[in-house]
Every structure is written in structure tokens, then in C-alpha cells.
Design a protein around this ligand. Sequence first.
Ligand SMILES: [Zn+2]
Length: 425
Amino acid sequence: MKKVKNRGAFVLLIALFCVLGLSLYCARYVMHGREWASFAGGGTTMGLLYDRNEVLLADAGAGTYSEDYTTRVANFHVTGDYIGNVGTGALTRLNDHLTGFNLLTGTYHTETPKAHLTVDAALNNEAYAALAGRNGSVQIVNYKTGELLCMVSSPSIDPANPGNIPDGAYLNRAISATYVPGSVFKLVTLAAALETINDIYDRTFYCGGSVMVGGDKLNCTGVHGNQTIEQALANSCNCAFSELAQTLGTDVIQAYAKKLGITDSHALDGMYTAAGSIDAHEVGNINLSWSAIGQSTDLVCPNSMLRLVSAIGNGGTLVEPTLVGHGRRLKTTKLLDAETAEKMASMMNYNVQYAYGAGSFPGLSICAKTGTAEVGDGTDHAWFVGFLDDEEHPYAFVVQVERGGGGLSVAGAIANRVLQQAVAN
Ligand SMILES: [Zn+2]
């Protein structure tokens, strides 16, 4: 009898080991299955990466890229490479999809896995050419679907033949860097003013070329005289925005910078964008004025600015941007009241008609804001941000050129060139 008992216990013990072993395997499979699949060695299971128009960007099985040099360089930051040098690249981020890996079936599949990015590789090529060797970034998003049609960062490299790597070439400037925003930040101050100063449309803003704030002199770029709020934005008048800053105070400006997503980091297909920063200054301090003008210590990520203009174009509701073109549910975030967004859109259109010259953007129904941000070493970052008020081409854009010079002349010209190609498609 005792013998039988012992045998029973032995069988139970064996069963227990089996269950334990299987559990351990399952746990390890869930934790490491992806790596096993990736390192299986059978290159035939690896997939193909395309742009939105079936232009091949990478063949992960062969370990190769596009055959076209320009396509490789201009699309490097969204494609990435096989070493993982660019964390924002699809070859790193979409590894599961490209290996066809899935927890239920492993890498079993009947055809080569494919992934599509939302970008138009040819549009990226045009944007990279328009940057013409200058450091910076260009982004265009469809503000109704959130699809990023264009995302280019310069300098770049040819991943197939890296050669000498320029400084900062692995950085995707569109999403992983922050810059002094200059006057494009006036959109944040404007949103705060429209929603918190009741008689904003009845006010007159005077500019005599400079204004004294707390004993310090704040200069404007011109002598704008008496202006409405629309004219003050179109003139990008520093005196008017200094007055707004001192009326609003640092708490309101910082609250709006946060509400509009400028000071937070945002998820973009599992990546995180760089958070901006706006320091606090007391009323009466000239730095409060400079901060509302986008100078002082302000820093903004180009992609956060894209989210803002995208929301303005879409009536205040942001459709969160994406780079991945397969089966995604739209995610929306309300940044502004519809009424505020409509007012801002109309003022950004007035900017173009009144100050920038619609002739610089032939055929485009464009609403925009320029920024020429003083960096502190005598050079300026050039910014041009906005959107097309166009049902057929609902595109928001941000162009940023490091130490590029004038917002309108440099970044505005690049925006026009790339948008012309975008609407021609
Ligand atoms: Zn002025």
C-alpha cells in the first residue's frame, strides 16, 4: 500500500514539473518570443516596408533599402536602419509587424509580412531637397485623419552607405528636439487672450516701435501704430503681445501652453515626442513679455506645434498624428473650443492676405503664422506653421530651419514648395 502511495506521489511530482516547465516556457515565450522570432535566422520570414503609395522603403529580409539614393536619405528618419540608430525609425518600431510575429501563431504566415507608413516618400524627397542642406525639419499631416504625409529631418544619412555621419544626423528633429519658437508661440498667447479677455476685439493696441516694461525696453520689429488684435497678429507686433502678456500673467500663459500640448511629451505610435518648456515670470518683468512672444527661455518641439495648427484647422479637435498606415482607430484630443479655433483660423488667413502676400502661395487656401526666433548668437530659427483651409487637402504643416533666417522668406518658401506638390497629388 505504501508503495502505491509513493508511486502516486512520484507521478504527481512529475506532473507538477511538467506544469511548471510549461508555465515557465509560456512566460518566456510571451516575454522573449519577439526576440526568438527576430533572431530565428530564416531571413525569409522578414517583411517589406512601404510608403503610402507602395514605394518600397526597406526589405527587412534582404537587409536592404530603397534602390533610390534620394529616397533612402530623405526617408531615413521615418524608415530607420537595421542597427537601431534612429529610435523613431519604423525598422525598429515595427519589428513585430515586419517579422510577422504574433503571440498565437509565432512567425507562421503564408505570405511575406508588409507594413505601410503614412508618408509619401516622393513628398519627403521634395521636402529634403527644399531644405537644401540646411538643418531643420518639415512635417505635413492630414488633420482630418492624423496621417503624417511628410516627415523629414536634416541632416540625414544614406543608411545603405553611411560614410561620414554629420553631427546630429540620427536625431529626428521633427519629434525629438526643441527650439526657441519665436513668434509662432504668439498663437498660444492669442488663444489665451481670445478665451480670457472679453473685449479683445474692441481693444486697440498701440506700437511706437518699442515699449518700456518694468524699466526695461522691449523692441518691436517695426512701428505699427494703432492696431486691432487681427492686425497685431498679422504684424506680429511685439508691443501688442507684451501688453497681452502683462494682462494675462504667467499662470494663464503657462496653463494654455500646457492645455495646447506645448509643454507635454506626446505618444506617437509608441514613441514619445520632446516636451517643450515655458518658464514663469512675474507681471511687470520684461521676461514675461518675451516669453509670450516666444523668446526668453521658451522651447518648443516642432511636432507639438504641428498638433496645435492641426487642431486649429480641424475646428479645435486634434486627430492624433500617426506614421503607421494599418488598421488604426482615430484618437482625438480637444485642444480648443470650436469658436476659438474658428477665430484663430480666420486671423491666420488674414495674416497671409494682409502681411505675407497670398501671391507667395499660389492656389493655396493657406492660414499661417511666421516665426523668426532669435537664438542669442545673432542668428534666427526660421519657422512657418499653419494649415490649408481646403476640404480636399486638409493639410497642416510645420517647417523649421535652424539658424535659417527669416520665417516667411526661408521657411515660408519651403512650405509653399512642399505644399504645392502635396496638393498636386
Ligand atoms: Zn509693433
